[in-house]
Design a binder for this molecule. Structure first.
Ligand SMILES: Nc1ncnc2c1ncn2[C@@H]1O[C@H](COP(=O)(O)OP(=O)(O)OP(=O)(O)O)[C@@H](O)[C@H]1O
Ligand SMILES: [Mg+2]
Length: 359
């Protein structure tokens, strides 16, 4: 599966632009602010129905217009899919495949998988644990519908339990029976999510380490550690032993909603002790791992978007990376760079089938 062409109308700074792509490597080059990231984001939009950068659809409409449209052709083994997406100020979003409107946006997900690596990924290292849980949850949910529905139920029951704790506190009352109803509902859901996360992370670590080694040429050791309060004891016991604390805090302090991942380089937290280039390499390896797991689960090779990929990486790492993504196991790639000569010479060096677009 690859994107053969895309037509942008009133999408951010592109009033009317058409692109025809190589099935392998494509590069957008040009100065700051010409719209390299915007084109990459338009591809993200078409494949996953939303922007990687903006949560609001409206913000992607060109300042001087009141709608945008994106039309792309995805080439598959035996056929072509024409995907058409439009956002209008008053009417909202519409998505069509081969002229047929999708009932639900979610029916589209999984058909054209895509992974984007961008400077914003730094949030995964810098921000709080929620971002990292989301990262893991997204990977598992892509291929496991039961996981997603369990997670939604867990969060709903958790909210009810917290509301009850708050009620007890404010009214100076307590009733263990009504709390136990929630606990017995919450326990199997939490255990299920814990096991699935553990499984995924065990699967992820060796692949991740291999990628990191390839990019860094084996220069540093990295590790990921999954931390959950459920490591300590079964969830039911955890809820019981934590009850006094929960009543005081008026919310549930332990459970899979507090899980986190520790990212380490040579044994130390990468957030504090990793250089910018090391952090970037770490994130790239992590995202390539995500791509590989999605590929395995969906049996489709995701499109890979690499935004500002050369920034902060030394020459060796850049070359390693481009060599790597040019391999058979990767599909179609889009990169952006501010230096046309750099991109040109790298692509020439590895003799890749490629197209360069100067914006
Ligand atoms: N809704 C919009 N309407 C028109 N222009 C917009 C809109 N949103 C963003 N832009 C413009 O898009 C430009 C930024 O584009 P983009 O982020 O893709 O640049 P870039 O080529 O990736 O630059 P850099 O090299 O700095 O990363 C800005 O000039 C901004 O004003
Ligand atoms: Mg950019």
């Amino acid at each position: 599966m690859y994107l053969k062409e895309i037509k942008l109308r009133n999408f951010k700074n592109f009033i009317e632009s058409d692109f025809e792509f190589s099935p392998k490597l494509n590069a957008f080059v040009g100065r700051n602010g010409v719209g390299k990231t915007n084109v990459l984001d338009s591809i993200h939009y078409l494949a996953l129905t939303k922007s990687y950068l903006n949560y609001s659809d409206i913000q992607n409409i060109n300042f001087d217009n009141d709608f945008f449209t994106l039309e792309g052709i995805f080439e598959k083994e035996k056929s072509e899919d024409v995907i058409f997406l439009s956002v209008q100020k008053e009417k909202g979003k519409q998505l069509k495949r081969n002229s047929k409107t999708f009932e639900r946006m979610s029916d589209h997900i999984g058909l054209y998988p895509l992974v984007m690596i961008s400077p914003y990924d730094l949030d995964l290292i810098k921000e709080g644990s929620e971002v990292r849980r989301k990262f893991i949850d997204n990977i598992i949910s892509q291929s496991d519908k039961e996981y997603l529905s369990t997670l939604i139920r867990y969060n709903r029951v958790l909210l009810q339990r917290n509301t009850l704790l708050k009620y007890f506190f404010l009214n100076h009352t307590f009733d263990s029976n009504s709390l136990e109803i929630y606990d017995s509902e919450l326990t199997p859901l939490g255990e299920f999510i814990y096991e699935k996360r553990k499984e995924l992370i065990a699967q992820l670590i060796p692949v991740f380490k291999d990628y990191y080694k390839l990019i860094s040429k084996g220069n540093e050791s990295v590790d990921i550690v999954y931390n959950s309060s459920l490591d300590e004891k079964p969830f039911a016991e955890l809820l019981k032993s934590g009850l006094d604390n929960d009543r005081m805090a008026q919310y549930t302090k332990l459970g899979i909603h507090k899980d986190d991942l520790e990212f380490k380089i040579t044994g130390y937290p990468i957030k504090k002790f990793g250089s910018q280039g090391q952090q970037k390499s770490f994130l790239i390896a992590l995202k390539l791992t995500q791509l590989e797991l999605i590929k395995k689960n969906l049996k489709l090779t995701p499109i890979l978007l690499l935004d500002d990929i050369f920034d902060k990486l030394d020459e060796t790492r850049v070359e390693q990376l481009i060599k790597l993504v040019n391999e058979e196991r990767f599909g179609q790639i889009f990169i952006s760079d501010t230096h046309p000569e750099r991109t040109g010479s790298i692509l020439q060096k590895i003799n890749a089938e490629s197209r360069i677009f100067e914006l």
